[in-house]
Write a protein of this length. Sequence first.
Lengths: 347, 1219
Amino acid sequence: MDVDGEGVSAVATGDRTIPMHPGRHEAFHQFTQQKLPACKPVLTPAWVISIFLLMGTIFIPIGLVTLHASQSVVEVVDRYDIECIPEAFKSNKLGYIKDSSIPKNCSRFLKVYKRMKAPIYIYYQLDNYYQNHRRYVKSRNDQQLLHGLKYNGTSSCKPEQTNNGLPIVPCGLIAWSLFNDTYEFIRGASELTVNRKNIAWKSDRDHKFGKHVYPFNFQNGTLIGGGMLDPRIHLSDQEDLIVWMRTAALPTFRKLYGRIEEDLNADDVIVVNLMNNYNTYSFGGKKKLVLSTSSWLGGKNDFLGVAYISVGSSCIFVCFVFILLHMKNRRPYGGHNLFVLEQERHL
Amino acid sequence: MPESSRRTKGKIRWSKLYTFTCLRPSTADFVHQEHLGQPGFSRVVLCNETQLHKTKPHKYPSNYVSTTKYNVVTFLPQSLFEQFRRVANLYFLLAAVLSVTSLAPFSPISLVAPLVFVIGISMLKEAVEDWHRFLQDLNVNSRTVKARVGNGRFADKKWRELSVGDVIKVHKNEYFPSDLLFLSSSYEDGICYVETMNLDGETNLKVKRCLEATLGMNEDEELSKFKGTVRCEDPNPNLYTFVGNLEFENESYALCPAQVLLRDSKLRNTDYIYGVVVFSGPDTKAVQNSTRSPSKRSRIEKKMDRVIYLLFSFLFLISLVTAIASAFFLKYEMLEWSYLRLQDDDNPLFNPSKPKVSGLLHFARALILYGYLIPISLYVSIEVVKVLQTMLINKDIEMYDEVTCKSVRARTSNLNEELGQVEIILSDKTGTLTRNEMEFRKCSIAGISYGGDMKEVDLAASRRMNTCAETCRSSIDESNTSQSFEFSELSEADIMVTEKAIPGGREDGENLSTENPEISTVGKESVIKGFNFRDDRLMNNRWIHRSNLYDVIMFFRVMALCHTGIPVEANQTDKLKYEAESPEEVAFLVASQEFAFQFFRRTQSVMVLKELDPSSGKVVEREYKILHLLEFSSSRKRMSVIVRNKGGQIFLFCKGADSIIFDRLAENGKSYQDSTALHLSNYAEDGFRTLAFAYRIIESAEYEHWNSIFSQAKTTIGPERDELLDKASEMIEKDLILLGAAAVEDKLQKGVPECIDKLAQAGLKIWLLTGDKKETAVNIGFSCSLLQQDMKQFHLCLSKEAETKIQVKAMKEDLLYQIESSYQVMCEECNKDSPFAMVVDGKALEVALTDGVKNQFLQLAVNCAFVICCRVSPKQKALITRLVKEYTGKTTLAIGDGANDVGMIQEAHIGIGISGMEGMQILYFVYKNIVLGLTLFYYECYTSFCGEVLYDDWYLVLFNVILTSLPVISLGVLEQDVSSEICLQFPSLYKQGPKNISFAWKRIIGWILNGVVASLIIFLANIYILSSAAFRQQGEVADVAHLGGITFTCIIWTVNCQIALLVSHFTLIQHLFIWGSILSWYIFLLVYGALPPAYSKKGFHLFMEAIGSAPVYWMITLIVTVASLLPYFMHIVIQRLFYPLDDHILQEMKYCKKESINNQVWQREQSNSRKSTLIGLSARVDARIQYLKEHLHQRKKSIYRSVTSSPIYKSLTSSPLFQ
């Protein structure tokens, strides 16, 4: 092995200390001799206790703040898929939803139990809806969404690829099953304006859905899965579609429908006139309407705060346990004949 | 022709040595001659007609010896085959093949890229290693030798170009390029000296003789005419047999091993020889003897395979769950999910009418999907780590030998981690433990021992007790117990006892050696090579003042005359150098020269000494006519020379093993026997090789009588000749007068005793395998402190070699009986205090390693603290190693001359910080892949097991390759739990390694559980926190891309912080890698998100737009990382605080008491740590201390008893005054 000549001569003559190398050489030498400066943290009881104490004192306040933020969010949830079916069709929900001749409008009354500050976000929530199913997720074509009919390799869109020999824009199951319930909100006598702009991610609107792509041949088949699209509006503006096409990760999910940009006071009663168009009855999915304010953390979700508080408090607990154990069962550091004990234990 | 005459003179001078020895007739085994021409004995070599060997039927391989694994053509297929012999790689290959079908959950690139990367790096490593082997081969094969090129000229020829039948000329100190038939040498009588150390480890030079018929051809020209045919046995690995004959000038001569010069042995003390290549290249006995090195796999690697199988079964299980569940969903639920429109096409994966087919396909897909459970980069990372470790080992300055200017060289990187787990060391003796140099150390002349009285063990014991006493004295104030009083009292008293012999007085133990001139030689290099003797009573010619001067003079004469050496002129000084058959004799000659008995010239029949005449004080030349020289042989164990001096007196000088000499003493020659015997045993315990010296004066009448008998015996031809000669020698070698004994030290390599001591403290067992004879091996055992006087030794030996089957059976039984009885003794004395040692000789070993006896033998051997096997052939060495390996299942380390400096070996196992962490890397790989792989599975549970993946393909590709690989490599290469200095101070730390605590199944399961828990925490926390509610203030909800990105962030943080918890030695590199890996994830997210959506897909603007600006993202990262590491953290905290391991305590000690590292506590820990050691210097010293203590205690008791039993005491105590 060709040992670095200089280094060797320096070592051979002197004692076995590090020879003098300038700069980079020295670093390399230290590396090869495994003498790089290093910090060696040792878990002494003091360290352990202070680490746990520190974690406790940091996590509990964070948890409290988080929990408070989550608590400050006002959320009104209303499940309407059962109630919106007329008594006559209670036993034949599927017949009701599939019969296009039956009017689907339905009114719900929501009571605001606490003052809600604008903006109030309107979500629809679907349960037991596997938007993350592989067949479903893959059944789309991003190129087509961006470039429209210019792009015709749409085999991934099966089985909603073509209709009557013509390509469908937007193709695929996701678009085909577009959610199409609609909501109108009336407070007192006046209708609340619902802002349905800017509900989708900007990046989707700007980069994934083409500004010159218009729906074509959409929902023209015999089997209609969901909502229609206005063929005069280009896809980039079809925010409902864009939101819907961001497939959810889990079978229970919410999607943004719009925003109410007025405050709602406590005890206000909101009348919701909705069109119960979407068929979740065939697979037993639930539909819910959600009105929610938001905090800096987003929607109402206590889990994060609870997690912080529980981890923090268990740290404090462990810390005290260690203090007690340490007091009771003190092991002198370093100066103990533990080697003997050690060997006995191994025997 | 001045040149030729000088050469002739040289020839005579050299060959003188043997002209007076008993010429033996060649005792070739005529028995085997009849086999010639039959299968197994069909080789025909046509000397000097190499062209005939180029074609059939006499075509033999060339002399090229290759040790490479591959060649250019076979490299690709063979190394690929090697790679895919690993189940994991085969699995990934299958996955990669399947990835092009619709079955795969990932894009092909994400499966193919890591595989290509991993395989590529492994193959690159193989290629580089093989290239180095090739270069080495090239080097060996390109050595040159003089070969006949025609018309009487000899020219340089490369080794690889030699072919069978070539006549070559080998010069002094050159290696033989192949197996040669010895034709003639520079000596007239056709002998040469050969050193076969590389073959069998024996150090004494061997004499080879050529046939009388070819003896004369020792000039270049004569050999070109030489034509002959050799018929001999086929290539075989047996080093000690050769059957064949030479047909030359119409006559047939039988050949025996004495005419064969083997490859890898060296020509010594002979100017040149001529020989014919008989076996070349792969046919040579040396190559045939080398067991082709199988690609060794370390134990860890084997266990790693088992871990991988465990993971595979795990993978299989969850895939099965997935498959069944998906079929279930498909059959009972999915049909109703109208948004999937399953009935519209017949995708077999989701065909509701065929749930079983779908289930099967899902099973295959799941196997690929959860493939992230199998750490694909494990093998390659481990390989990279090993290569880097090898580099560090090679660069280590602590393992740099200043004498040879060579640094250590790890030839293979496969077994690095095994270094930390060695339990049995099998060591060669010559060249490894000893330097093959003898030094004259002590002598006992006329009943007085010279050269230091103290035994070195006593010295070390007193030194140790001294320091103990110091510590105890200072601790007395604190704990005033009677025990410590007694101890300090005892040690002081003892020191007085042991230091009586040292005139320097009672100094501090450390100064002791420097204060005292007698002892100062210990451990210091002697100025004169071969002579390490200081005693003012003899040195500088002061022996002339000794009282029994005559005996002293005779003693020196024995040394100067009774040998086979010859003087060589040294430059400048009047001191001579000597060459002899054994280094022992050289040492004696050097010593006698120092005592002014210079052996100065030898002629055919006369030896000339320059002696100091004590009466006149002048140097005189004295001639001794050699009458006879009775050779040394292993059965006689003695050597005598009969000389006549100028005055006509006939002397017989004899040296030999003490028992032999003592048996042959005259009644009036025993005056010094007792004291000499005592000295001999002392010397032997110090590990010196001893010889007793004696002489007798022979009346000329008796000599004449005996001479006629002896001459008659000498001229006898036939098998009874040896017997007659022996008998004749017996007749004259009797009635000897004992003069004394001399001790020579087989000089150990530098640092050997310390090294062995450390190894023993580290709990290693040491086996000594040597080709040397038993006595030598036992001596070395003593000098290395591997044997102690109070050790129970088992000797297994057989008198003869087995020839018939019945004999073999009888021998087996004999040996079994020996083993059984030894074993019983062992069981009876099964207390820890007396360790056992075993000495086996080659013949016994041969039987012991056969099937019926093997297990009993090994059982006994493994229970001994130290095992010596002597007279072992290389094949047997390999066999022992293999059997020990198989029988014990423990890691063995064999040391041979390949690694020639034990100093290096001493450092090798601990110098590099690999102890304990080797398994950790693998466990960490298992952990991190479980963390990732299981989150994939959990997600399946939320997608009706349809095979959807939570993460982007690129995340997964990068996970093993970039995001988590570097920290674990740095862990493997740079981790040091404690520094190498501490390792050397506490060798018992090493005991952790063989126990393999870091890679026990308990640990493996623990780490798997840790991975399962962490993955659960990560996944559940993420899906609950990112539940249906918005995760940003702007009301957006998280979709699959966000969940995937955030969960993956948590995984990256968790697995990288986990490794940070593992590391106890943070250098800049570790920091860089660990935190750099985490940072690189964010960089990747940014870069990936900036790509156009056609490439980045789900990742487009992910970090910038969505998750990066959400406080929830960062808060999840923090809480999930902390929570998932908490179980492990608790584990190490509990372990460190309440159940610490040795290394933890040392870390603490170092950390807490930086300033007082050399204090008493430290020393006490050190001594505690070596408590259970049985062999080695410290153990010996401990035993000595124990003995001295007991001795003193006994003495005290007896004094006490004598006092209390005395009437005065009784009367005193019974008197009323005392009541």
